[in-house]
Design a protein around this ligand. Structure first.
Ligand code: 5RP
Length: 220
């Protein structure tokens, strides 16, 4: 199976987690897009969706799925999103598509976080994928220096502005021994909006696309 076929398979499998008559939280990226296309086939069975990015909002609306603002819904039973890396504890690096802040907000509200990923995303240790950090533009220099102090090599994502009007720094070289502690530490740097470690609020379940089929993984 190709990587695209694995993404399609996990997008289809995630439909089983969608709660009928409710609003579903929807992530961003190529795997999330597979889920959106599948969600369109059952759109008459859901109330609508909350989008984690403008790109996702547009794709949902193009399928005729009603998109709600997060503050318009009282609760969100499920959030479905991809990841750049995920470990056995269901902690993730996200933000390859630059939507990390809205993704983290929607994930925080959702009762259940379903991560959909092809097998290449499962890693024994987080950190080979550069960690995205969303930064208020005027704090760029300060945040870069602070990230270098904790051992990172920060690189500005050129020509990219987030949906929130901010910049993204991709940080390689970090030693991620304790993902929750590092997530908290980086978020305390003044000028950081958030970072792409999803460890304090990990996924509840991972649907992992493998050649043998989709495996359902829970935190170990
Ligand atoms: C976007 C994300 C995505 O979930 C992550 O980058 C994975 O994307 P893809 O499914 O295209 O590999 O965090 O901000």
């Amino acid at each position: 199976m190709t990587q695209d076929e694995l993404k399609t398979a996990v997008g289809q499998a995630a439909i089983a987690h969608v709660v009928e008559g409710e609003v579903v939280g929807v992530g961003t990226g190529s795997t999330a897009n597979c889920f959106i296309d599948e969600l369109a086939t059952i759109k008459h069975r859901i109330r609508g969706a909350v989008a984690s990015s403008e790109a996702t909002r547009k794709r949902l609306e193009a399928h005729g799925i009603r998109v709600y603002g997060l503050d318009e819904v009282e609760h969100l039973p499920v959030y479905v999103d991809g990841a750049d890396e995920i470990n056995a504890a269901m902690q993730m690096i996200k933000g390859g598509g630059g939507a990390l802040t809205r993704e983290k907000i929607v994930a925080a509200v959702a009762r259940k976080f379903v991560c959909i990923a092809d097998a290449t995303k499962m890693v024994p240790r987080l950190g080979r994928y550069p960690l995205p950090v969303e930064v208020i533009p005027m704090a760029l220099g300060h945040v870069r220096r602070e990230l270098a102090k904790i051992g990172g090599s920060p690189v500005l994502r050129r020509g990219f502005v987030s949906d929130n009007g901010n910049l993204i720094i991709d940080v390689s070289g970090l030693s991620i021994d304790d993902p929750s502690a590092l997530e908290t530490r980086i978020n305390q740097i003044v000028g950081v909006v958030t970072n792409g470690l999803f460890a304090c609020r990990p996924a509840d379940v991972c649907l992992l696309g493998m050649a043998a089929g989709v495996q359902t993984l829970l935190a170990s």
